[in-house]
Design a protein around this ligand. Sequence first.
Ligand code: ATP
Ligand code: MG
Length: 158
Amino acid sequence: ERVNYTDFIHHVVDRFELNLKEDITITRDIPNRNYYVWIDKDKIIQVLDNIISNAIKYSPEGGEIIVQVVEEKHQLLTKISDEGVGIPEKNLDKIFDRFYRVDKARSRQLGGTGLGLAIAKELIEAHDGEVWANSKEHEGTTITFRLPLMQKKRGHRK
Ligand code: ATP
Ligand code: MG
């Protein structure tokens, strides 16, 4: 369905803020204009849930999470950054594999099955998108996903 992604992402972040129990700030860097994408809303909500839950889970107390939306060549990038423990460079590709978890001891303490990002990747790719990670150990992580942007005039309407 055709979705106003600007409204959509604000709603998703609003809901996270309302339920946030941790001492963490979520900052938005979202342009003040409408972007339209063709998505299954429930599925992209699941993607955002998985990525933002990780950002919260791996953030330190008092940490800041930034949700940024950037337009780039007919694509819409969504970037979720945190100031958490980070991910070692050599493990960056693997975090999207099923059941993969960095540092078993640390992960066991924090709980989880290692499926969140694998599911997110599957759902994003089903939308002709792509998802990837950048990280610096002990500084933080950024997960970025890209979705095709609908053309302003030529895009079909429904
Ligand atoms: P689940 O999401 O199934 O509850 P999980 O969070 O461990 O479990 P994924 O979301 O797939 O699994 O993430 C895989 C692994 O990648 C995590 O175990 C963690 O080691 C690492 N990881 C993911 N996001 C972050 C992040 N924002 N900061 C640091 N490490 C991360
Ligand atoms: Mg997870």
